[in-house]
Design a protein around this ligand. Structure first.
Ligand SMILES: [Mg+2]
Length: 135
């Protein structure tokens, strides 16, 4: 039997903020992330990422943060976001799997890390690991 709360959860779309200066990457995410379950919000730089998290707050379930962006990079944007939001999950994306990048991303306040080229299975597993378990 469905309770109303369970039904609401099933119908809920989880908002994912994608911050990436390359729109082709955003297209890639749009292809692999199920649109029935997720709504993607796209910004092209760190400044807009901060603004969006600030304005939408808890409405956003997760942030996919490119570390290399113009204006303000993902490291700086994450540090700023952590000043006012310590709970939102942030997954860092960088171009290469350098240990140093990983350490810097975690030090900036990211919860996890994925290196490009992004593998679909790995990305989805990481996204789901940060969402409520009833999904
Ligand atoms: Mg980039």
């Amino acid at each position: 039997m469905f309770t109303l709360n369970k039904l609401k959860r099933m119908l809920k779309k989880y908002k994912i903020l994608v911050a990436d200066d390359e729109s082709l990457n955003f297209l890639f995410y749009s292809e692999i992330i199920n649109p029935e379950k997720f709504e993607l919000i796209y910004v092209e730089n760190g400044k807009d990422a901060i603004k969006t998290v600030y304005e939408m707050g808890d409405e956003i379930s997760l942030v996919l943060m490119d570390m290399k962006m113009p204006e303000l990079d993902g490291f700086a944007a994450t540090r700023e976001i952590r000043k006012f939001n310590t709970s939102i999950p942030i997954i860092a994306q960088t171009a290469y799997a350098y240990k140093e990048d990983y350490d810097n991303a975690i030090a900036a306040g990211c919860n996890d890390y994925i290196s490009k080229p992004i593998h679909e299975d790995e990305l989805l597993a990481k996204i789901f690991s940060f969402l409520p378990k009833e999904m």
